[in-house]
Design a protein around this ligand. Structure first.
Ligand code: BDR
Ligand code: CA
Length: 299
């Protein structure tokens, strides 16, 4: 069993990634930490709480963290996932409160605990929480067994500017801190998540299931799919379950953190020691069948 902490900004593809994680017996989700990204952190944290409750996992703690990027006074959000971040799909009105501890502190406590070296961190939003924890405890992220990250666009254009993918653009300085932390990084940029496209038949199969989780996810994906049919955030979770669905190469990944039109760009340094595994290839059918199989077990 792999112990994981999921850092996210739900977000509809984040919701699907959370569902995949909690539906997979190989993973023990120890905590979910939230960050400002798709929506402000007050929204993403409540969304994560409601999603876990829907998936039958009220026991998993949710922590709210970074409300703004390291270098900017306001969060960089988007409306791809709707005003509420979940495409207007109502999951329940009375979400229980999220945990009081700051997400970056919760991450640090878990990594510094005796079992911290067993923990894999899966990050699928801006990297603010990971960077805050690393700045406060230098060397912290290198303690993790691995860090799977959805972010960046290496050999393809970005999706928020020509240069940058949303998660890296939303907090470029945090992405730089994480890329240079000396941790075991496994990165899933747009190069690979751009291949994680759901099909109408796959979505119809999910919508036809009687379980409330599947119906809610299908309703969200129907909204999101009109703008972006890509299941970006499921990729770093799926790689923990079926690593052979993915292919790539090790390299030295750098992120442009200085303000300007290039900020958030990720590029491979031509030489120097490799700092990350960079995934570029995907067996899309394999990913979709894995997800359909796993989501079938949710309530
Ligand atoms: C990333 O941006 C967000 O909108 C998605 O949730 C995903 O994490 C893709 O660029
Ligand atoms: Ca996300």
């Amino acid at each position: 069993m792999t112990a994981v902490l999921i850092d996210c900004d739900p977000g509809i593809d984040d919701a699907l990634a959370l569902a995949l994680a909690v539906a997979s017996p190989e993973l023990e989700v120890r905590a979910v930490t939230c960050v400002a990204g798709n929506r402000p952190v007050a929204v993403t944290a409540v969304n994560a709480r409601r999603l876990l409750d829907l998936f039958g996992r009220p026991d998993i703690p949710v922590y709210a963290g970074g409300a703004r990027p390291l270098l900017y006074p306001e969060p960089r959000t988007n409306l791809v996932h709707g005003e509420d971040g979940l495409g207007g799909v109502v999951l329940g009105r009375d979400a229980r409160p999220v945990a009081a501890e700051h997400a970056a502190d919760a991450l640090a406590h878990l990594l510094l605990s005796p079992s911290g070296a067993d923990l894999t961190v899966v990050a699928m939003g801006p990297l603010t929480n990971l960077a805050l924890a690393e700045i406060r405890h230098p060397g912290l992220l290198a303690r993790a067994r691995g860090i799977h990250i959805m972010g960046g666009a290496v050999h393809c254009p970005g999706n928020v500017t020509p240069a940058a993918e949303f998660n890296f653009w939303a907090d470029p300085a945090a992405a730089h801190v994480v890329m240079t932390a000396g941790a075991r990084l496994n990165v899933f940029p747009l190069d690979v998540t751009g291949q994680a496209a759901m099909t109408p038949a796959w979505l119809a199969g999910l919508a036809a299931r009687p379980a409330k989780s599947a119906r809610a996810l299908a309703a969200m994906l129907a909204v999101y799919g009109a703008q972006d049919p890509l299941l970006h955030d499921a990729c770093p979770v799926a790689a923990l379950l079926r690593p052979r669905l993915f292919s790539g190469a090790a390299g030295r990944l750098e992120v442009e953190w200085r303000p300007g039109p290039e900020e958030g760009r990720s590029r491979l340094h031509p030489d120097g020691e490799a700092t990350a595994m960079i995934n570029t290839g995907l067996d899309t059918d394999g990913l979709l069948s894995l997800m359909a199989e796993r989501l079938a077990s949710l309530p």
